[in-house]
Design a protein around this ligand. Structure first.
Ligand code: PHE
Length: 449
């Protein structure tokens, strides 16, 4: 018998675990900061509702209907065999993301251990020096990245119910508690309200077409859309799972965590007068300085905060890497008839190669470049800007125009028992609205808009 999730709360937490990741805790705050604070958040929520939720429901429909891995799932709702390639593309995309995401996740794990050993915080130049030294050493960052892949692997081989579900049920609430503690600590610092105002005060003067597109891209990445991840997880959902309700709950958790992450980072940064900048430097250089300065008079609190913060990041990253890993594992297991353990080893090995190449390209071997970018940037751009939107776009086109209409209706409404009145709205969104918006990001990225 194929493994499945054992409870509704389990499947929601596991899928929310996939969605909540470095995209929420690290990327969202600086994107909101750069793009008009609350103005960005309003636009972001708009996209989550009209695009993210229908996109999630579409992947859920494909996966739950088929009850199999992504590649096979995409050929089950229509007669056209070519749709299989959308699933295969999702598997490739997620394995690539797993490889380079593990590099950053490994950095988080290293910072967690360094935080436990003592204070990494100090003045900006010493923290920067530490980061450059660490990330460009030949062994250490690679080992941390590989450790992260091994941790992911260990959860995956235990299966869906006793691996992914059990782990998520334990880790998601833990992560939430850590987040709340950190938000409270950050908002209690003197002068922190400036950060809250900055994040919650809509500044529409910064909003232009690019802000819309940035919000759209962020919504996609954050909900793990377009990578076949949601489709794979939903293949383990039961027939009675309400797909629309689950998608709404997951999108809600994901957005809440993103906003709370902003409320954790900005107040602390503003309280010490540091302007949070973007990129890796935000969590690996700026924040250690913030912890150091904000808690200068209370070193124990600074020490604990720093540990909690990197534990939070590592956990958030782990529940996401697990979902990326599962996509390929299910594929090798079911398509090549390999045991789950062997299938997981294939995925881990592929991800390890990508992880090593990515890690070297941003540190020890800066010459490892393609098209004038580090391999890490190449993988990032290839997936986030090309494969992810393409996967989402094709999924909408598939569901809206090519899939068997009665099957889609059956899945959406659980055989005509729920959500019947929403079906028309949903169909309109996946047929017209979603593809148009996704096409817009696509063209914009190539300067065609
Ligand atoms: N959604 C995750 C995040 O916010 C990233 C992710 C992308 C996870 C694609 C799975 C698949 O960090």
């Amino acid at each position: 018998m194929r493994d499945s999730f054992g409870s509704k709360i389990g499947l929601v937490l596991a899928t929310a675990g996939s969605a909540v990741g470095l995209g929420n805790v690290w990327r969202f705050p600086f994107m909101a900061g750069q793009n008009g604070g609350a103005a960005f958040i309003i636009i972001y929520i708009f996209f989550i509702v009209i695009l993210g939720v229908p996109g999630m429901v579409s992947e859920f429909i494909v996966g739950r209907h088929a009850g199999t891995n992504a590649a096979r799932a995409y050929s089950r709702l229509s007669t056209g065999r070519q749709w299989k390639h959308v699933g295969v593309m999702g598997i490739v995309t997620s394995t690539i993301i797993l490889g380079f995401y593990a590099v950053v996740a490994g950095w988080c794990l290293n910072y967690l251990f360094v935080s436990i050993g003592g204070d990494i915080g100090g003045d900006a130049s010493s923290v920067r020096q530490y980061f450059v030294q660490f990330s460009s050493s030949p062994v250490s960052p690679v080992l941390w990245g590989l450790t992260f892949i091994v941790l992911t692997h260990l959860v995956i081989v235990r299966g869906i119910r006793s691996g992914i579900e059990k782990f998520s049920k334990l880790m998601m609430p833990t992560m939430f508690v850590l987040l709340i503690v950190l938000v409270v600590a950050s908002c209690m610092l003197p002068g922190s309200m400036k950060g809250v105002t900055f994040l919650l005060n809509p500044n529409f003067s910064k909003v232009d077409g690019h802000v819309f597109l940035a919000a759209l891209g962020q919504a996609f990445f954050s909900l793990s859309l377009g990578t076949a991840c949601l489709c794979t997880y939903s293949s383990y959902f039961s027939r009675s799972t309400n797909l629309v309700r689950s998608a709404v709950q997951i999108a809600f958790i994901d957005t809440l965590v993103a906003i709370l992450a902003g409320l954790m980072i900005f107040p602390a940064a503003f309280s010490v007068g540091i302007n949070p900048d973007s990129g890796p430097s935000l969590i690996f250089i700026t924040l250690p300085c913030v912890f150091h300065e904000a808690f200068a008079g209370m070193p124990v609190l600074g020490y604990v905060t720093s540990i909690l913060f990197y534990a939070l990041l590592s956990l958030a990253a782990l529940t996401s890497t697990i979902s990326m890993h599962e996509i390929g594992t299910a594929f090798f297991h079911e398509e090549l008839n390999k045991s789950r353990k062997t299938a997981a080893c294939y995925v881990s090995a592929l991800a390890a190669v990508i992880c090593i190449v990515s890690s070297f390209s941003v540190g020890y071997m800066p010459g490892l470049q393609l098209f004038g970018m580090s391999m890490m940037d190449c993988f990032d751009k290839l997936t986030a800007q090309l494969l992810l939107p393409l996967g989402g776009f094709l999924t909408c086109i598939y569901i809206g125009w090519f899939a068997s209409f009665p099957r889609v209706y059956e899945e959406f409404t659980n055989d005509s028992t729920v959500n019947r009145s929403l079906f028309r709205v949903y169909l309109f969104l996946v047929r017209y609205v979603c593809p148009t918006f996704i096409l817009a990001i696509f063209l914009d990225q190539f300067g065609l808009l």
